[in-house]
Design a protein around this ligand. Structure first.
Ligand SMILES: Cc1cc2nc3c(=O)[nH]c(=O)nc-3n(C[C@H](O)[C@H](O)[C@H](O)COP(=O)(O)O)c2cc1C
Length: 340
């Protein structure tokens, strides 16, 4: 696990290699894209760009910074997603992202929850393009990492094509090159965050239009994407795809990504093999005092749709939270699923 800022004698952080590919990304998801999920995801695909859960600037500056930024170098390429709006604080946190070895720093302009809105974080910032531009400029000045923005196509009251173009143009003028666009608006009053991921209609054509209008920008499309067939269709019009819920509920999908999108050999041959490859990591986390259930909830989807998958999930759900539960729970659960 990486907890100490990386340093070397040349003064260049080791993460400043070539910019990561964003052709296929897994979305930032609170409580879901934890280090334990990401470790599994990385065993399934070497090339997918992974994102952390959102971390607010307040938590990083006033809380336990090392805990919030903790990750394993095995997870790279890994982008840190920040929530915040104060340019100085975001710049400080972008610097931390570089010091801790992340591959990219991303600003959340898509989250619609009330809690973050009250702190001027997330989708409400789509109504303040100048503020986002100022923050992005400060972040770019503070770090050599790529600074990217994840946003919606609008918010209620500012949902016209012109509003979207104004947002993208102002943020691009501040130096942002990469826009990850969730292809629906967020409705800031009256819908829960969950409803805001399903109810406003998807408008993929708007994201395609952004790429047509601003071909020099990198445009990544997000929202409701489930299959490689859909990804390939989107890749005809955009530079990359970002999958959230499907990549979480059905992580084995990631095992096909390297061959499908990167012409590379897939790192994992079987689901069983991938989970067994996690044993040393799980064991070292258990020794650090992490509860098995805290990790294993992220593996429940691994046998999604497979014979024995339900028994695998049930065994883990019933046993992983018991005091002292260890690797044997995973071993027994794996025996519930036929190994081909
Ligand atoms: C449980 C959960 C937590 C999420 N947390 C974040 C977050 O921290 N930051 C963010 O930008 N988006 C967050 N999202 C939104 C996703 O990144 C993504 O934009 C959304 O789920 C649409 O993509 P999908 O249809 O492929 O899931 C979250 C989504 C879910 C399901």
């Amino acid at each position: 696990m990486h907890t100490i800022p990386s340093e070397n004698t040349s003064g260049t952080p080791e993460n400043l290699g070539p910019e990561p590919s964003r052709r296929f990304c897994v979305a930032p998801m609170m409580d879901w894209t934890t280090p334990h999920y990401r470790y599994l995801a990385r065993l399934l695909s070497q090339h997918t760009l992974l994102y952390t859960e959102m971390v607010t600037t307040g938590a990083l500056i006033h809380g336990d910074t090392e805990r919030f930024l903790r990750h394993d170098p095995a997870e790279y390429p890994l982008a840190l997603q920040l929530g915040g709006s104060d340019a100085g604080e975001l710049a400080h946190c972008a610097r931390l992202a570089e010091q801790f070895g992340f591959s990219e720093v991303n600003l959340n302009v898509g989250c619609p929850s009330d809690r973050v809105q009250n702190n001027m974080i997330g989708a409400c910032l789509m109504g303040h393009p100048d503020k986002v531009a100022e923050a992005v400029r400060a972040m770019i000045e503070a770090t050599r990492l790529p600074v990217t923005v994840k946003h919606r196509i609008g918010i209620n009251g500012r949902e016209s094509w012109e509003d979207l173009c104004e947002f993208v143009e102002k943020v691009a003028a501040a130096g942002c090159r990469t826009f990850i666009v969730h292809a629906r608006i967020a409705i800031l009053e009256g819908l829960s965050p969950k409803e805001n991921r399903d109810v406003p209609p998807l408008k993929y054509a708007w994201v395609y239009r952004l790429k047509q209008k601003y071909p020099h920008l990198e445009i990544i499309i997000n929202g409701g994407i489930k299959t490689f067939e859909e990804c390939n269709e989107h890749l005809k019009h955009t530079d990359g795809v970002m999958l959230g819920r499907e990549a979480y509920h059905n992580p084995w999908l990631l095992a096909g990504v390297d061959s499908e999108f990167f012409s590379a050999k897939p790192p994992a041959k079987t689901r069983h093999g991938a989970l067994r490859a996690m044993y040393p990591f799980i064991q070292s986390e258990l020794e650090r005092g992490v509860f098995l259930g805290h990790m294993s909830r992220h593996f429940l989807g691994l046998f999604h749709g497979m014979p024995g998958g339900r028994q695998f999930r049930r065994y883990i759900s019933e046993n992983a939270h018991k005091p002292g539960a260890g690797l044997e729970v995973i071993q027994v659960a794996l025996e519930k699923v036929p190994e081909s």
